[in-house]
Write a new protein. Structure first.
Ligand code: PLP
Length: 235
């Protein structure tokens, strides 16, 4: 495996170009078109000053884990770069559904009926319809968000039929101690049998494998921005 945490001496734009090259190479090796893979730069914990050079270099798709942190950072950046695409990749509390729908363009972590209902209600109210991924807990880890694989088909149907969510695909975060390819293969299989095209899978240390298994959205933080600071101080 290549080093996943680039030195903080290296400009983030150099890291960004390097991961783009690796995505292109992994796609080509898998016989896929690199244009079919969205690179989400995961900027959680990093401040606006660290994010800005990537925007100036033309990057537009970003991921944040926490609604509140995103609220503190992104309005000012959106005012300067109108075509930013903001992805919510972390768990969403139901009471944050309203802010999530207002702030994000894509939500990767729909994983329970209460949240699906709250998102649908906000979408109907506001007319804003962020694309949604359903998070599947492929490793069935008790501490991790996501629907269990055995309940995925039923939950997908519920989100489509009862809540009419704009479903785009499935997302997973494999257990850190397991071979990720088994989880990527499982996610791809569930998506295929449900007619879902998009797969949000692959992080800094396993995105090339994820691409080989059909990932459409890789979520890379450390490989672009370096190690995360311990916390983000909400102003
Ligand atoms: C933090 C995070 C990432 C990015 O992880 P890296 O290993 O830094 O690339 C991707 N996906 C989710 C859901 C995350 O919370």
């Amino acid at each position: 495996m290549a080093d996943i945490a680039p030195s903080s001496e290296v400009p983030v734009t150099t890291n960004l170009n390097a991961v783009r090259d690796r995505i292109d190479a992994a796609a080509t090796a898998a016989g896929r078109n690199p244009a079919g893979i969205t690179l989400i730069a995961v900027s959680k914990m990093h401040d606006v000053g660290r994010i800005l050079p990537t925007l100036e270099a033309g990057h537009r798709a970003f991921g944040e884990s926490r609604v509140q942190e995103a609220q503190a950072k992104w309005p000012e950046l959106r005012a300067r770069f109108s075509d930013i695409e903001l992805h919510l990749i972390g768990p969403v509390q139901t009471k944050k559904a309203k802010v999530a729908v207002a702030l994000f363009d894509v939500i990767h972590s729909v994983d329970r009926e209460k949240l699906a209902a709250a998102l649908a209600r906000e979408m109907d109210k506001t007319g804003r319809r962020p694309a949604c991924f359903i998070q599947v807990n492929t490793g069935e880890e008790p501490q991790k968000a996501g629907v269990p694989p055995a309940e995925a088909d039923r939950f997908i149907a519920l989100c489509r039929e009862r809540y009419q969510l704009p479903l785009m695909g499935l997302m997973c975060i494999p257990p850190v101690t397991e071979e990720p390819s088994l989880h990527f293969a499982l996610l791809a299989k569930i998506a295929k049998r449900n007619g879902l095209q998009a797969l949000s899978m692959g992080m800094s240390d396993d995105f090339e494998t994820a691409i080989a298994f059909g990932s459409s959205h890789v979520r890379l933080g450390t490989a672009i921005f370096g190690e995360r600071p311990g916390h983000f101080a909400t102003p």
